[in-house]
Design a protein around this ligand. Structure first.
Ligand SMILES: *Cc1c(COP(=O)(O)O)cnc(C)c1O
Length: 377
């Protein structure tokens, strides 16, 4: 079976894991955690960073650190992994779901602006949703499939309404926005290092920022809000620390981040080059402001094809292919969430097919996958 997204662990992972065992530093304090935080900051050209136990935990801490409270609203795109919405709910807040733009599959700033203009009022410098009276507390675009959102536009709107911006960059390490690295574009940027992401710690996450206070607040909250070394805590904190074992894997992975992202982009180019003559299919978009980290590559199928059927046919040939995110506004816990019209999200999500995109995929496997796909179509 050629899998969708397998971890690539052929670097120093084993060596660093052995160091954890030899030194007994297997838990949440250790040299690898500190090094991993520095390496993530370096890899994303941010100024400050802290590691956490998952991407979801990172989003939760980011939201808390910019001041999201119970019963408030956070604008997120509906076309995302459900963790984006869950992190909002973990704050006791609610997502306000925004449609995506067709040319990027990221939050559409025009829709965001229209929603805020039509549905909010400003009182004492705060933004309130008129129908519910809830305060709007933040905007959280997602770097879909590793591609940065239209951040200049989103930041312009955020500045107008004085709202903080959190980037859910879960799968976007290595991406570029208008030629620059992504560590300092949003007020705080969050990465996931889950097993299926380009860089993995087994499980894990990190927050980076240009703002020290945001990162220090997130670090404090994620480490049980402990003050000093005694059992003294000044808030209800969380146990969201990354372990030295996770960080050891992450350090080995980050040594190869450029190579991995280049490989992901190569895989995207390979499929496009070899499949572009097939009728009734297209590819994932890349907006002109972005260089995507190409977490997954795949196809967009026309109405003529049923994605699940194509997946089955590929599986018979030993190729794992899958459907992709069902938008948040179709998920049971968020069925009643405030939302914009969903023209684009509703028109694309059932047409997306993800293809094997592991950084360790061989040329032979790619060639085999391409010929099997051609046969099916
Ligand atoms: C993977 C992912 C997450 C969640 O990260 P975990 O580490 O699995 O908690 C959140 N948002 C997006 C867009 C993701 O792709």
């Amino acid at each position: 079976m050629i899998h969708l997204a397998e971890p690539n662990l052929t670097g120093n992972e084993r060596k660093y894991l052995n160091e954890c065992i030899d030194t007994t530093f297997v838990s949440s304090v250790g040299a690898f955690v500190t090094r991993f935080e520095e390496d993530v900051v370096k890899a994303t050209e941010a100024d400050y960073g802290t590691a956490v136990s998952s991407g979801t935990a990172g989003l939760h801490m980011a939201l808390k650190s910019v001041g999201v409270e119970r019963d408030e609203l956070v604008c997120i795109p509906s076309f995302t992994f459900i963790a984006t919405a869950n992190a909002v709910a973990h704050c006791g807040a609610e997502p306000w779901l925004i449609d995506i733009a067709e040319d990027s599959w990221t939050m559409d700033p025009a829709v965001l602006e229209q929603e805020l203009r039509d549905k909010t009022v400003i009182k004492d410098g705060q933004v309130y949703h008129k129908a519910s009276g809830k305060r709007v507390a933040a905007i959280m675009p997602v770097y879909t499939l590793g591609m940065p959102a239209d951040m200049d536009e989103i930041k312009r709107i955020a500045a107008e309404y004085q709202l903080p911006v959190i980037a859910d960059a879960a799968a976007a390490i290595g991406a570029k926005y208008k030629g620059s690295n992504i560590g300092k574009i949003a007020d705080v940027t969050v990465f996931s290092f889950n097993g299926n992401k380009t860089i993995t710690c087994g499980g894990g996450g990190a927050l980076v920022s240009a703002k020290q206070d945001i990162i220090e607040k997130a670090r404090h909250l994620a480490t049980t809000a402990r003050c000093g070394i005694e059992y003294d805590h000044d808030m209800v904190g969380y146990n969201y620390r990354m372990t030295n074992i996770q960080a050891a894997v992450g350090c080995a992975q980050l040594e190869r981040v450029d190579e991995f992202v280049a490989r992901k982009r190569y895989i995207r180019d390979y499929y496009e080059k070899h499949l572009n003559e097939i009728k009734d299919i297209s590819f994932f978009p890349e907006a002109d402001w972005a260089e995507s980290a190409c977490w997954f590559s795949g196809l967009v199928l026309s109405d003529k094809y049923e994605v699940k059927k194509v997946c089955e046919l590929l599986k018979e040939k030993g190729i794992e292919a899958r459907t992709f995110w069902k938008p948040v506004h179709w998920q049971k816990p968020y069925i009643n969430a405030e939302k914009s019209e969903m023209k684009v999200a509703d028109s694309i999500w059932e047409h997306i097919l993800t293809l094997p995109s592991s950084t360790g995929i061989t040329e032979e496997q790619l060639a085999y996958a391409v010929s099997a796909i051609k046969d099916i179509f």
